[in-house]
Design a protein around this ligand. Structure first.
Ligand code: 5GP
Length: 192
């Protein structure tokens, strides 16, 4: 998505550890017009996939997931992060290793919000090694819901996440795919 790639070129900062900082339009300050355009693009890509709910992880997935849900005309659920969970009876939970914070987080979704006739679209802000997506896939499996696809805002294609998802056979669509960081510059995978 050219609009997003241009914005990453303009405002993205490459940090140590292959981390791209995009906190002036996605991860802290949020650009609503860009979010809306991304939501439209996710909706266009997945409009025929039978999506009944969009699912993400708090907090940075919420903005793009909400806009995708708006344009698909379905609800959005965000998995909540907890340091430790004691009362898990009414929750689906999974443990996710955070790429940027380097800690394990338990993520959870209340059982009331996922039903076996749901078909979910998973959305996240970044795809690195695929841990966050993996956690949501685990929850989907236990909740017995189908996964219509996975939508990613920024994929770092040189890390393991895409390969992990492709092995599951689930469709993955990324709005921007980064091939490499070279001398602090972002190199994109050419759009097909
Ligand atoms: P994964 O679980 O795929 O290894 O990493 C994805 C999660 O880690 C995303 O939800 C995002 O919060 C965070 N993340 C991974 N790579 C980056 C990055 O380069 N920049 C930022 N800002 N967050 C990242």
């Amino acid at each position: 998505m050219k609009l997003l790639e241009d914005r990453i070129r303009e405002d993205g900062k490459v940090l140590a550890g292959n981390v791209l900082k995009v906190d002036n339009f996605l991860n802290h300050q949020v650009d609503p017009v860009l979010m809306d355009e991304m939501g439209k693009e996710f909706a266009r890509l997945f409009k025929d996939a039978g999506v009944t709910k969009v699912v993400t992880v708090e907090s940075s997935g919420i903005a793009p997931a909400l806009m995708a849900a708006l344009h698909l005309d379905v609800p959005m659920i965000f998995a909540r992060k907890h340091k430790s969970l004691t009362l898990t009876d009414n929750l689906y939970t999974a443990t996710v290793y955070s790429y940027t914070k380097q800690v394990n987080n338990d993520i959870s979704i209340d059982k009331r919000f996922l039903n076996s006739d749901d078909k979910i679209l998973i959305i996240d802000d970044f795809l690195a090694n695929g841990q966050a997506v993996q956690g949501l896939l685990e929850i989907a499996k236990v909740a017995d819901v189908d996964v219509a696809g996975i939508g990613i805002v920024i994929e770092k294609s040189f890390q393991k996440g895409r390969e992990m998802i492709e092995e599951t056979g689930i469709r993955v669509e990324s709005l921007a795919r980064i091939a490499a960081f070279e001398d602090g510059e972002v190199k994109f995978v050419p759009e097909a």
